[in-house]
Design a protein around this ligand. Structure first.
Ligand code: HEC
Ligand code: HEC
Ligand code: HEC
Ligand code: HEC
Ligand code: HEC
Length: 353
């Protein structure tokens, strides 16, 4: 009896497979056209079929389907922290392998244009390993059209992804569903800076495609893991006044507070001092922490808003002569800080004679 059922299953599968082949369906059949890419990784392919019958009929279901035609964007995204929002070891550890299901919402979300750009995001059931994927930010309700920030001549696209102009795509609103939990978008609005999240986190780029340069916007999303971004965000000035070493840290490059969002991020200020003979007097003594604290930790936030300066000081001991160094570092979380795995952001120095 069992064998007969198995045979029936196999037969049904074989017949189904043959029908699929004959009708040209399946993942690579003409219903979902795949253009030639000429082996050029940076090509935005325009070689998809142009007749209406070949237009895409099956909805997109994952990021890999965008790859053949948008290879450069795909590879930028793949190494971004959006592409790693599920696999990121820190996220895996903190969410207990996502057994804390409330963490799935933003780290493997459903397409936001479908669930509502100004609404709380909702968790996705499949393909969670892709994290914040192309479909999250681009897919529209019909499953085939994608949100673009400008009008695109769809005759060039052959229905492959049907770009449609969406007013939210080039403003911060599109980031808000996941990034305003700790008020990053509100901080930007309060700063008065005329910029959107995309201005600094999706800078304009030109991608080489054959002989042509194709304008686009970077999908690497540099932020907390970028030393360059930290250097750009803050300026450090060190001076001596009233028997103290004064370190002034100004937010010159970020339109929101620094650090922003995740409450485990911090900048830290350290003092080292050597006497006039070069002997170490103080080694990396912490004099300040710049951070948004957890809700159950009642310390007030020490974040620095745009254009504001925070001052940290070190009392110069009686009779001390020598060299004092101030170092500003950034840590992704308290464990990294304790292990000394930090980004060196800026250094400053004064001589005391
Ligand atoms: C069969 C090829 C193909 C596939 C598959 C495809 N696209 Fe496209 N896409 C194109 C072409 C061609 C254009 C037009 C490029 C142009 O004119 O600048 C385009 C345009 C776009 C645009 C507008 C670009 C602009 O310059 O404003 C976006 C956004 C986009 N695609 C996203 C996606 C996403 C997301 C996916 C996967 C869900 C996808 N595409 C799948 C071929 C494709
Ligand atoms: C659907 C949710 C969602 C949307 C929409 C979204 N993000 Fe994110 N973003 C995330 C998550 C989740 C992370 C954290 C990923 C990680 O580190 O594992 C993240 C991380 C980042 C980072 C930090 C990268 C780093 O190095 O730590 C930047 C910068 C960023 N996003 C910018 C943007 C911008 C700009 C937009 C709008 C164009 C946007 N995001 C839209 C969910 C989202
Ligand atoms: C409302 C959306 C949202 C929810 C819900 C959410 N996150 Fe995130 N998460 C983000 C965003 C946005 C970032 C990027 C912020 C940043 O870089 O500072 C992020 C970053 C992180 C990071 C930093 C990753 C790194 O590489 O440094 C960790 C860890 C993290 N989240 C863990 C969690 C855990 C655990 C939960 C559940 C308790 C959770 N998140 C729920 C949006 C969310
Ligand atoms: C004027 C440029 C600028 C604009 C506009 C801007 N950012 Fe940033 N952002 C930065 C810089 C510089 C950093 C690095 C300093 C830092 O990590 O805070 C940064 C860091 C981040 C981080 C990493 C978390 C952290 O603070 O360590 C996230 C997440 C982020 N930005 C999200 C956003 C979002 C969302 C918007 C729109 C509401 C936005 N940014 C607008 C410049 C900008
Ligand atoms: C976190 C949200 C987010 C994710 C994830 C994302 N995009 Fe985008 N993408 C945007 C936004 C916002 C713009 C419009 C920027 C603008 O014009 O101001 C954009 C622009 C584009 C464009 C036109 C500009 C260019 O550089 O050619 C293409 C094509 C595109 N995205 C394809 C993709 C593909 C393919 C993926 C996945 C590999 C992807 N995007 C992932 C938010 C996202």
């Amino acid at each position: 009896m069992k064998q007969r059922v198995l045979l029936l299953v196999l037969l049904t599968a074989a017949v189904f497979g043959a029908v699929q082949l004959l009708s040209g369906g399946g993942p690579d059949g003409p219903v979902s056209p795949r253009p030639e890419t000429n082996g050029e990784p940076d090509l935005i392919s325009r070689s998809g079929p142009t007749d209406e019958s070949a237009a895409r009929a099956t909805p997109f279901s994952n990021a890999a389907e965008c790859r053949p035609c948008h290879e450069a964007v795909y590879s930028e995204w793949k190494r971004s922290y959006h592409g790693m929002a599920w696999t990121d070891p820190m996220v895996q550890a903190l969410s207990k392998g996502f057994r804390m299901t409330e963490c799935i919402d933003c780290h493997a979300p459903q397409p936001i244009h479908i669930t509502g750009v100004d609404k709380r995001v909702a968790p996705r059931q499949h393909g969670r390993g892709d994290g914040v994927d192309c479909l999250t930010c681009h897919l529209l309700a019909d499953g085939i059209s994608v949100a673009a920030s400008r009008d695109v001549d769809t005759s060039l696209v052959a229905g492959a992804c049907r770009p449609q102009k969406e007013a939210t795509m080039d403003v911060s609103t599109v980031c808000a569903g996941c990034h305003n939990q700790h008020e990053t978008v509100d901080e930007l609005l309060a700063s008065g800076v005329e910029a959107e999240c995309q201005t600094c986190h999706m800078p304009e780029v030109e991608r080489v495609s054959g002989d042509a340069a194709v304008p686009g916007r970077s999908h690497v999303f540099p932020g907390a893991h970028s030393e360059e971004m930290h250097r750009r965000a803050l300026e450090l000035k060190v001076r001596i006044a009233d028997g103290r070493v004064i370190a002034e840290i100004t937010n010159v490059g970020a339109a929101h507070k620094v650090p922003t969002d995740a409450r485990h991020r911090s900048y830290n200020v350290w003092i080292s001092a050597w006497d006039s003979r070069g002997n170490a007097y103080v080694t990396e003594q912490q004099i300040d922490e710049i951070r948004l604290y957890y809700r159950d930790d009642f310390r007030p936030s020490t974040q620095i808003a745009h254009d504001e300066t925070r001052t940290a000081t070190w009392e110069i001991p009686e009779g001390f002569k020598g060299r004092v160094e101030v170092k500003l570092t950034y840590a992704l979380n308290p464990e990294e800080l304790a292990a000394g795995r930090v980004f060196d952001v800026h250094k400053g120095e004064v001589k005391i004679q």
